[in-house]
Design a protein around this ligand. Structure first.
Ligand SMILES: [Zn+2]
Length: 201
C-alpha cells in the first residue's frame, strides 16, 4: 500500500513556484506520502529533473506525468515521460496513453479548464475526484461523475506553491513501483483522502 499525491506542478510549469528539489525534500520528510506524480502543464521536463533528484532516495518515488491542455479541458497522463504527438485532442491523448500502458485521468472536471460533462464522451482510465484546488462541491460532482462512468477516482493536490503539496492523497494497493501503481489505478485499487492540511481555494 502506498500513498501518493498524483497531481503536482514544478517550476517547469510557468505558473508554479515548486522547485523540483523542494518536492523531493517534501517526500523525503513526509511521514507517509512518499510518492508523487509530477504533472506539469504541457511539458515533461520537470518530471525528468525531479525523477533524477529523487533517484538518490530509495524510499521515495516520483511518477512521470504531464497535464495536457486540450480545447475540451485538461487531461493528465500518468506514467508518461514523453509528450503525446500533436494535435492534442482528447482522443489522441487517450489513445497515446492506452498504447503505452499509461493512465489517462480527467483533471478537476468541474473547475476552470475542466472537461465537465464532456468527459462522459471519452474512454479515459480515471477521474480526478479530489483536487486540492477545487471546491468541495466541484470535487463532489467529480465523484458523482466517476461513479456514473464506473471509473476509479484519484486525488492530487494540484500544488503550485510548496505549502499546497500533499493536501490530499491517493492510497493505492501497490508496491513502490510506477508500473505496479499504474496497473492498480486502472484496476480501481485506490481510495482518496484529505491529509487535514488546509486546502487552498
Ligand atoms: Zn494542474
Amino acid at each position: 500500500m502506498i500513498q501518493a499525491d498524483l497531481h503536482v506542478h514544478t517550476t517547469y510549469s510557468s505558473d508554479s513556484a515548486i522547485n523540483p528539489r523542494t518536492l523531493v525534500e517534501q517526500l523525503v520528510t513526509h511521514n507517509f506520502i512518499k510518492v508523487a506524480a509530477v504533472t506539469d502543464h504541457d511539458t515533461v521536463k520537470g518530471c525528468g529533473v525531479t525523477r533524477q533528484l529523487a533517484s538518490a532516495y530509495p524510499d521515495i518515488l516520483v511518477i512521470p506525468g504531464v497535464e495536457i491542455s486540450t480545447p475540451q479541458g485538461d487531461i493528465i497522463i500518468l506514467g508518461s515521460d514523453e509528450m503525446p504527438p500533436q494535435p492534442w485532442t482528447v482522443e489522441n491523448i487517450i489513445d497515446f496513453a492506452r498504447e503505452r500502458d499509461y493512465v489517462s485521468v480527467v483533471a478537476h472536471p468541474y473547475r476552470e479548464y475542466g472537461m465537465g460533462d464532456l468527459a462522459k464522451n471519452y474512454k479515459v482510465d480515471a477521474i480526478e475526484v479530489l483536487n486540492g484546488g477545487s471546491s468541495p462541491s466541484a470535487n463532489k460532482a467529480a465523484q458523482d461523475l466517476a461513479k456514473l462512468m464506473g471509473l476509479p477516482g484519484t486525488a492530487g493536490s494540484d500544488a503550485h506553491q510548496p505549502s499546497e503539496l500533499c493536501t490530499v492523497y491517493t492510497e493505492v494497493k501497490a508496491s513502490m513501483n510506477t508500473e505496479d501503481i499504474l496497473k492498480a489505478i486502472k484496476k480501481g485499487l485506490v481510495s482518496i483522502s484529505p491529509t487535514g492540511k488546509s486546502i487552498h481555494f
